[in-house]
Design a binder for this molecule. Structure first.
Ligand SMILES: C[S@@+](CC[C@H](N)C(=O)[O-])C[C@H]1O[C@@H](n2cnc3c(N)ncnc32)[C@H](O)[C@@H]1O
Length: 99
């Protein structure tokens, strides 16, 4: 995690997408790294998304039930996308990052 902030200029990150966010566990870490940013977490598990919404009620967070292999966001919506401990769940791991 130290490396992430070494290679990224914090000030350039306003919108963060966390893929396979689950209950939002990794978003806690991301918030510490990018305290000024807004965060979107996506996960196909409705139950996990409900838990995440309850855990992160602030307006800077939003959570959507969504499959990483079928993202509906317009291109260039995010300055940074992350995936923590979920890549192995994807049938085509490269797909979320293809235009
Ligand atoms: C081990 S959990 C990791 C949760 C969180 N990222 C963390 O680091 O604690 C893996 C997550 O990947 C999600 N997942 C599985 N298939 C997915 C897919 N196709 N697109 C997005 N997320 C997926 C699961 O629902 C689960 O919440």
């Amino acid at each position: 995690m130290i490396r992430l902030t070494e290679i990224i200029e914090k000030e350039t990150i306003r919108q963060v997408l966390d893929i396979g966010t689950g209950d939002g566990h990794f978003i806690k870490t991301l918030t510490e790294l990018f305290p000024e940013a807004f965060f979107t977490g996506i996960d196909p598990s409705e139950e996990a998304i409900q838990t995440a919404r309850q855990s992160f009620p602030d307006k800077k967070y939003r959570f959507e039930t969504m499959n990483a292999e079928n993202l509906v966001f317009p291109n260039e919506s995010f300055d940074l996308s992350t995936i923590s401990n979920a890549l192995h769940h994807l049938a085509t791991p490269e797909k979320p990052y293809m235009k």
